[in-house]
Ligand binder design. Structure first.
Ligand SMILES: Nc1nc2c(ncn2[C@@H]2O[C@H](COP(=O)(O)OP(=O)(O)O)[C@@H](O)[C@H]2O)c(=O)[nH]1
Ligand SMILES: [Mg+2]
Length: 282
């Protein structure tokens, strides 16, 4: 499957982020817990190399406990600071904040030694749709929030001040301009990080059905009440039939079915479905 997109605005966003990095102490790197590897953007490597990074496995509600634990262990054992989050309910907000302070401990200690009250500044980066804005909102909840321009900065930068002595900078999601590994491209497309307008949505949904019936057995049966023991195309058509998505003359409405399947996955209506484990090689 060929996945192409116009990278112009993303290249611009990356340039903006390269300017902003100088103003922040650290980085919050948002990853979708269902496919953390695929959400790593090699174009960020250079950007973040001199800053402490806190990796956030977001949408943890869409992943089984044991899978989440495997990912946390994987990141931790590779010396990376990691925390998980359900940004919709903000349950883990306190842990995200304390972890961010931990990765900035040296800076905070220096400030304390000088007797100054220092606000840690962190830039929130990640692929589109990983939940950056939702996380920021959940952390800022019930707290005094200021957004908009900082004095002396002409560009509209979205700074959010948390009462916990932290300032966060939201960024637009940025895809890399080419994704060489097909599995990665597919995962990002499944997750909704690539705009559907540039995708073959029906082909994508078919690939997703194929993935589910081979690697996530029972998920489609549970949601759509269809027998999964058939080819991906037949299962796809069964889902259409089960939903009554038929065109005049009884033909399958592939496009409506595709939209439903992908939306159900992205919104978590299929339950806990992972796309990757730390043991996946490719
Ligand atoms: N289930 C679930 N959905 C989430 C979570 N965080 C964000 N979302 C949803 O993911 C979608 C993208 O979130 P958004 O904050 O706009 O992503 P951004 O593009 O990275 O800023 C929205 O539909 C959110 O409601 C989470 O922790 N769990
Ligand atoms: Mg956003």
């Amino acid at each position: 499957m060929l996945i192409q997109w116009f990278p112009g605005h993303m290249a611009k966003a990356l340039r903006e982020m390269e300017k902003s990095i100088a103003k922040v102490d650290s980085v919050i790197y948002m990853l979708d817990a269902r496919a953390p590897f695929s959400c790593i953007n090699p174009q960020f490597d250079n950007l973040i190399k001199n800053r402490p990074v806190l990796y956030v496995l977001n949408k943890c509600d869409l992943v089984k406990q044991e899978d989440l634990k495997a990912w946390v262990d994987y990141f931790s054992s590779n010396g990376m600071s990691v925390v998980y989050s359900n940004s919709l309910n903000g349950k883990n907000s306190a842990k995200v904040i304390s972890s961010l302070k931990e990765v900035n401990a040296a800076k905070l200690q220096r400030a304390e030694n000088k007797g100054v009250n220092y606000a840690v500044k962190a830039m929130v980066i990640g692929m589109p749709n990983t939940g950056k804005s939702t996380l920021i909102n959940s952390l800022a909840k019930d707290k005094k929030t200021i957004t908009g321009n900082k004095p002396g900065v002409t560009r509209a930068e979205q700074w959010i001040r948390l009462q916990d002595g932290i300032m966060l900078l939201d960024t637009p999601g940025t895809l890399c301009h080419s994704i060489v590994v097909e599995r990665t491209a597919l995962n990002l497309a499944f997750l909704g990080s690539i705009r559907d307008a540039v995708l073959d949505v029906e082909g994508l949904a078919l690939k997703f059905v194929e993935y589910c019936i081979t690697s996530q057995k029972g998920v489609l049966n549970k949601r759509y009440n269809v027998d999964e023991n058939e080819t991906p195309l037949v299962v796809y058509e069964r889902i259409a039939k089960a939903r009554g998505y038929l065109l005049k003359g009884g033909e399958t409405d592939y496009s409506r079915t595709a939209a439903t399947i992908l939306d159900d996955f992205r919104k978590g209506r299929l339950g806990q479905v992972i796309l990757e484990t730390p043991y996946d090689k490719d």
